[in-house]
Each structure stands twice: as structure tokens, then as C-alpha cells.
Design a protein around this ligand. Structure first.
Ligand code: ACM
Length: 753
């Protein structure tokens, strides 16, 4: 793995221009998430030794949390120790006000008023005061707090981040660091993925072998472990690698989170993803042996006793409303062959393995309800019948979320295509190895958790959003930070700010500012890419392609050429759309203090002969990856690095189309781009066959293009396959043949010249 890019990016953080006297200049207001109402005024509230603070939340605990964090922040930001108010005339005041909820119209909202002389933060709830405090921190500039009026409240009550500590373990100090950062962005749920096949990470008194054995393995990192046979070990083995949280560690994390108004939700996986458990307690899978299946035996009453005993200890440690029980990706195969499971199905009248899983989840839900807890599970728990009061965490396609919402269940949206932070965030070839996918900041930010066709009542059960940090390819803390930041800011804003107020251009500016802040906190945030997004659309009236460019970095200038030459600081400045009449090789790069102007984005834009022509599909498009349907391969748009970017079109059979050029003409070049990414089963076609026809009935083959790329090559490959020559034709039949792996074929455009 290329780790050299993970070196902390050190930048001097300049939070504003220092002016001796600045009563009238404007503040920056770089608040993430964007407040609902923010009225900016000129001038600042200055923070000096005379600043006095009074916090009146109504409880000593909350007063002390706010006072403590405020003192630390102001001291580190301004080198000032503020006074505690003794005269009943504070200059910074926090107070509980029962009317604020009514005024802002939502729970946990807050109001901030900053004048030149006074700062007032008020809320009806402790959490609201805490959120007001975070906004105040983010408003602070070198000159003080810019004058303003804010009325703010969350869009969703659940705003979460998940962390997988099974695949790679992260010590509690790292969790504290994440909780600090989460609270700064008003995230309020930490979903702790404590158990999975790669290691059990929480001490359970009644089953000590879970930590003596199931927390230990051969191989330090997940990758080492998984590529050397996925073998478990024992704490007594001197070559063992393992770690877990003691109960004391868990209590510390829960307390640290509570002090930041974050609820910690434990996840104990069942019935699948439990290979490590059966290394320690093999009697609970169907085979009674380790290294056989990943699933608990549902026919065995002992499995329920075991899991309930574990849940008892977990519930004692975690005051959270929810316990997450996993429920995802059970293999289920063992249940088919298991006599006990088959008997269970017969006795309970269960028709299939999904219903058998559902039987287990419902029993566990009953148990949790008896302990005053609510069950939360991945969206597989919808299959086979949802437990009556379960909350669903939607990660796959939205059908499961929609089913649950229609049934009146609460749903938390964690869509894999947007919110999985183990996915690449920039050009995969240049990034540390990731699991796949492609979810750059703009894509994460673009997600809006809602569905067309549901009633407002059904939609009201979408209770929030969460980013998931799976760690198979994230072995270190530094790397985890790199994958989480700044993408988590986009999730935080989606969870808090009304969709109508979200704005990518404005968020981009604020996110860039916050990268500087995060670096001062020792967080190895990804400094964003120097690559430029090239967005192409068709102007069918003028018969041209219109190209828009976008950068993640801010502030920068984009300069470009259209003749394939490298950009310099005198190349054309990108100000408005670029209009392409025929074919250009666009080269663009960024210019600015934080940009690398020698990092060139190159993209050929082809306003070719087939654009806008009729395409007939002889074999179907895959329903999950339709792009824009039957015009997608002739719309001038070339795909990016993710097959799910809406431009790439997918096929689970051969691609077989006929393009009608409307009249017979000379053709000299035809090509298409195809993708290979073997993890999710995307393969290059074995061959590209081209056929010509004048009448659309009789076709003659004129090309058969193959390639040398191996179906085992694990890297992301985007391969041009094409033909050059001379032919007269009106119709072109394009056949991309499946390779022997029979996975997906993905294509973005068939270019005809
Ligand atoms: C999951 O990604 N298996 C929830």
C-alpha cells in the first residue's frame, strides 16, 4: 500500500487577517453545519481579560461542561483567561430559556445574539446550549466573535458516525479524539461496531474466552490476517495480535461522549459476521466447530442464552436508547443443513431462511424491549419480516428503507454509495488502497435523505443519517482520520441543515476553512484533491457539448487549454462554460496558494457523430445501473472513477445495441470505455464486436477487438477499446461480450467518428 500520501499535511493555519482595530469589518461565519438562520452584522465582540462569562443551564454538570470547554477554547484561541461573572452583568451568557423551542420550532434548537458588548446563547435544552457553544467556537476569529443573530435547530435527531474496531482496533484515545471532532460538528451518535469476524473487542465477564481468544488473531492488520488464512489465536500465544476494550474503557468512552452530548450505540453482531465467536465458543454455530460458518445456530436455545447474557452486560455499560444487533450479510447456508434449525423452522412455521433469521431478531427484540431498549439493525432485518419496533439502518439500495418506512418503522440512512468512508475520495490510482467505490466530498454532500412517493408521515420516520467507517483497509489512526475528514462535515451538514439551505459552493468554502482547523487539532484531514471535475452536458439546440469544471479546493483559479498542451499561469481562466463543437483534449489545473498547478486533469471531449442518435438495446440494461437510459451511451458524457456515478451504464449480460446514424456516411473511428473492478464483480468485456448495416437488417462484422487485461487484476481499470479504419454505414451494431467471469459490464459512451 502506498502510505506516503498519509504524511500529515502541515499548513500554517491563518484564521483571518489580524487588524488592530476592526469594529466594522465583516466576519467570515465559517460554521459547519450551516445554521438555519444567520443574520450577519458588521463588527465584532472582542474577547479580552475583561470578558466575563455566566453559564446558567440549571444543572451543575452542564454548567461545568460548558465552562470547561469554553475556558479551554478561549485560552487556546486567544491566550486569554476569561472571568467568571460575579456582578450579574456577564458579557458572555448561556441560559436555559423555555421559550426557545417554541421560537425555533424544534427540539434542541438555540438562539445566539452577538453584539459589540454582549453574547447571549439561549436554548430550552442542555443539548441546545451545547450546540450553541459549538457554533460560538466556530464563529470565533482572530478579532473575536463577529456580530450576528442566529436561530438554529437540527433537521434530524440522529446524526451519527460509525467506527469498525473489529477489522482494525483503535484505542480509546482515538475514540476520544473522534468524539471531540464529532461534537464540534454537532454529531450526536457514535455507533461502535464492537464485534465482527476479525475480532471481538469488548470485555464480557461471563464469557472470558471472547476476549482471551476471540480478540486475538494471527496478523496485526486486517490485511495481514485476511491474506494469511484468517486464523485466530490466543492471548497466551506470543505471536498473537489482539486488543479489546475493558469495561472501564467503555465506561470512560461513554462518559466522555455524554459530556459532549453524544450517545454511544454498541453493536453486537448476530446472527452473521460472528466467526470469531465460534473460535472461542464453537458450540453456538450449527457445525459446533470454528472455521466452519459465520452464523449463530438459531435452532440451538443455547445461542439465545449466550447472546442474552452478553446483552445483559452490554446494556449495563451503555445507557443508549438503542442496541445495534447487526443482522447483515448472514451466510444462512449452515441453517439449511442443520437439524436443529430445520426443526425450529418446522415448529415455528417458518417458510424460509429469511424468516428463520427474522425469528431470531424478533426474539432478541423482545428481550431488548424487556430491558427498556430499542433494537437497531442493518436493513437485512427487513427480509423475512421486520421485528415490530425495530429501527432500520439502511445501507443497501433504498427498497428496504422504503418498505420499513411504509410500515411505520424508523429508518436511519447510511447509503453505501455516499456514506461509506472506506470508499475512495479521489482518483483511486493515487490514493492509499481502499475497499473500492468512489465517494468524493461533493458526492457525500449531494445526498438528501428523502424518497419520492412517500407521505409526509412516512417520511417523518427517517430519523437521521450516519457515516460508516469500515476499516478493512484502514489500519492506522492517521489513515482513519484521512478517510473521515473532511467528508464527515458533509454528513453533519446534511443531518442538521434543511436541504433547501444546503449549497455546495458555500459548503466547499467552509469545508476548506475547516481543514485548516482540523490540522491544528492534529487531525490528518485529506487536504482535498487537485483534480478537477469535468461535467459535460449536451446542448441539443446548438448541437454542442457544454463543459463545466469544478474543484474541491477553495480559493483557487482553474486554468485550461483545449489543444492538449499543459496549462500555465497564462492559460485561459475558467470563468464560464466551455463550448465544444467537435473534439478537444481538455487540460486543466488549479492555481492558488493551496493548489498544485502541475497536477493536470486531462479529458477528451467528443461531440461525435452518434450523439443524440437513436439507440436500440437488443439486450437489457441492468435495472440498478441504468444511467439515463437509452441515450446514455450517446450523450457525450464520460464516466468517472465510480461505476455508480450515474454516467456509467451497467449490463449483466452482453452489451448489444444498434445505433442509427440516420443516414449512410463514412466512419473512421469507433471506441468505448469499459471499466474493470473485480471486487464488486465488474469486468471488462472479453471482446468488442462491431457490425455495419445500410438497411438495419443485414449486418456485416468489421471489427473484433480484444485486450490483454487479466480478469484477476484487482486494480480499477478504465480501458478504451476501439477500432480505426474506413467504412460506409448507417447502422452500427456494438456487441461487448461478457468475459468468463459473467459479472457486470460497464460502459459510459460509444464514440463514433
Ligand atoms: C454492511 O456494510 N455490511 C452493513
Amino acid at each position: 500500500m502506498n502510505t506516503s500520501r498519509l504524511t500529515p499535511y502541515k499548513v500554517a493555519f491563518i484564521a483571518g487577517i489580524t487588524l488592530a482595530s476592526c469594529a466594522s469589518h465583516q466576519g467570515e461565519y465559517n460554521v459547519v453545519p450551516q445554521p438555519v438562520v444567520l443574520k450577519q452584522h458588521s463588527g465584532f465582540f472582542n474577547i479580552t481579560e475583561n470578558t466575563s462569562v455566566a453559564v446558567n443551564s440549571g444543572t451543575e454538570r452542564v454548567d461545568s461542561i460548558i465552562n470547561g470547554l469554553l475556558d479551554t477554547y478561549i485560552d487556546s484561541r486567544y491566550g486569554v483567561v476569561v472571568q467568571r461573572d460575579k456582578s450579574n452583568n456577564p458579557t458572555i451568557e448561556f441560559k436555559i430559556d423555555g421559550d426557545v423551542n417554541k421560537e425555533v420550532g424544534a427540539k434542541d434548537g438555540y438562539i445566539i445574539n452577538v453584539t459589540g458588548k454582549h453574547v447571549l446563547v439561549s436554548s430550552s435544552t442542555d443539548a441546545g446550549l451545547f450546540y450553541g457553544l459549538q457554533t460560538l467556537f466556530q464563529l470565533m476569529e482572530t478579532d473575536g466573535i463577529p456580530q450576528c443573530e442566529i436561530k438554529d435547530y437540527p433537521r434530524f435527531n440522529y446524526r451519527g458516525m460509525h467506527l469498525d474496531v473489529s477489522r482494525n482496533f483503535f484505542p480509546k484515545e482515538f475514540i476520544f479524539k473522534m468524539l471531540d471532532a464529532m461534537s464540534y460538528y454537532k454529531l450526536n451518535k457514535f455507533h461502535w461496531h464492537l464485534t465482527d469476524g476479525a475480532g471481538w473487542r469488548i470485555e464480557i465477564d461471563q464469557y472470558p474466552e471472547l476476549t482471551n481468544k476471540a480478540a486475538y488473531r494471527k496478523g496485526d492488520t486486517w490485511k495481514e490476517w485476511s491474506t494469511t488464512g484468517s486464523k485466530y489465536s490466543d492471548s497466551k500465544d506470543s505471536t498473537a495480535s489482539g486488543a479489546y476494550y475493558t469495561k472501564e474503557d467503555v465506561r470512560e468512552v461513554v462518559k466522555y461522549a455524554q459530556d459532549r452530548f453524544i450517545e454511544v450505540i454498541p453493536e453486537i453482531e448476530m446472527p452473521g459476521h460472528s466467526e470469531e465467536v465460534f473460535w472461542a465458543y464453537p458450540e453456538y454455530n450449527c457445525e459446533g466447530k470454528p472455521y466452519t460458518s459465520s452464523d449463530f445456530c438459531i435452532g440451538n436455545e443455547g445461542s439465545f442464552v449466550f447472546l442474552q447474557n452478553i446483552l445483559d452486560e452490554v446494556i449495563e455499560l451503555f445507557p443508549s436508547q438503542y442496541v445495534h444487533i447487526g443482522g447483515d450479510e448472514a451466510a444462512k447456508g449452515g441453517w439449511k443443513k442443520c437439524k436443529k434449525c430445520q426443526k425450529r423452522m418446522k415448529d415455528e412455521g417458518l417458510n424460509n431462511l429469511d424468516e428463520l433469521q427474522s425469528y431470531m431478531i424478533k426474539r432478541i427484540e423482545n428481550y431488548l424491549i424487556s430491558k427498556n431498549k430499542q433494537l437497531l439493525g442493518w436493513d437485512e432485518i427487513v427480509e423475512g419480516g421486520l421485528a415490530p419496533e425495530a429501527t432500520v439502518m439502511s445501507w443497501r439500495d433504498s427498497t428496504f428503507a422504503i418498505t420499513a418506512l411504509k410500515d411505520g418503522h424508523d429508518v436511519i440512512m447510511t447509503p453505501g454509495g455516499y456514506y461509506y468512508f472506506d470508499h475512495y475520495q479521489a482518483v483511486p490510482f493515487e490514493q492509499p488502497e481502499a475497499i473500492g467505490g468512489y465517494s468524493p466530498l461533493k458526492k457525500v454532500y449531494s445526498y438528501n435523505p428523502t424518497f419520492a412517493g412517500l407521505t409526509p408521515e412516512q417520511l417523518s420516520h427517517i430519523i437521521g443519517v450516519q457515516a460508516n467507517v469500515w476499516t478493512e483497509y484502514i489500519p492506522t489512526q492517521e489513515h482513519a482520520e484521512y478517510m473521515i475528514f473532511p467528508r464527515i462535515l458533509a454528513v453533519a451538514e446534511t443531518g442538521w441543515t434543511p436541504d433547501s439551505l444546503k449549497n455546495w459552493e458555500d459548503f466547499k468554502k467552509r469545508a476548506n476553512h475547516h481543514i485548516g482547523y482540523l490540522q491544528t487539532k492534529g487531525i490528518n484531514a485529506f487536504p482535498l484533491t487537485d483534480d478537477i471535475e469535468v461535467i459535460t452536458s449536451r446542448d441539443s439546440v446548438n448541437n454542442t457539448l457544454v463543459v463545466t469544471l469544478d474543484a474541491e479546493k477553495y480559493p483557487v483559479d482553474i486554468r485550461y487549454t483545449v489543444d492538449g498542451t499543459e496549462t500555465t499561469n497564462t492559460s485561459d481562466l475558467y470563468i464560464t462554460d466551455i463550448v465544444v463543437k467537435d473534439s478537444v483534449l481538455l487540460v486543466a489545473s488549479l492555481f492558488g496558494e493551496k493548489a498544485d498547478s502541475t497536477k493536470f486533469t486531462r479529458k477528451r471531449i467528443d461531440n461525435h457523430k452518434a450523439i443524440g442518435k437513436t439507440v436500440t438495446y437488443l439486450k437489457p440494461i441492468n435495472k440498478s445501473y441504468p444511467s439515463t437510459g437509452e441515450n446514455a451511451l450517446v450523450d457525450g458524457r464520460k464516466g468517472g472513477f465510480g461505476y455508480n456515478d450515474g454516467i456509467w451504464q451497467g449490463y449483466t449480460n452482453d452489451l448489444e445495441i444498434v445505433i442509427d446514424l440516420e443516414k449512410e456516411q463514412k466512419i473512421h473511428r469507433i471506441f468505448g470505455n469499459f471499466m474493470q473492478l473485480i471486487g464488486p464483480g465488474v469486468f471488462l468485456p472479453a471482446s468488442l464486436e462491431l457490425y455495419a448495416s445500410i438497411d438495419g437488417k443485414e449486418f456485416t462484422q468489421f471489427a473484433n477487438v480484444t485486450h490483454e487485461v487479466s480478469v484477476e487484476d484487482p486494480s480499477l481499470i478504465i480501458k478504451e477499446m476501439g477500432w480505426d479504419g474506413d467504412i460506409n454505414t448507417r447502422y452500427i451494431k456494438v456487441v461487448a461480450k461478457q468475459c468468463e467471469k459473467k459479472g457486470f459490464i460497464f460502459a459510459d459512451e460509444i464514440v463514433v467518428w
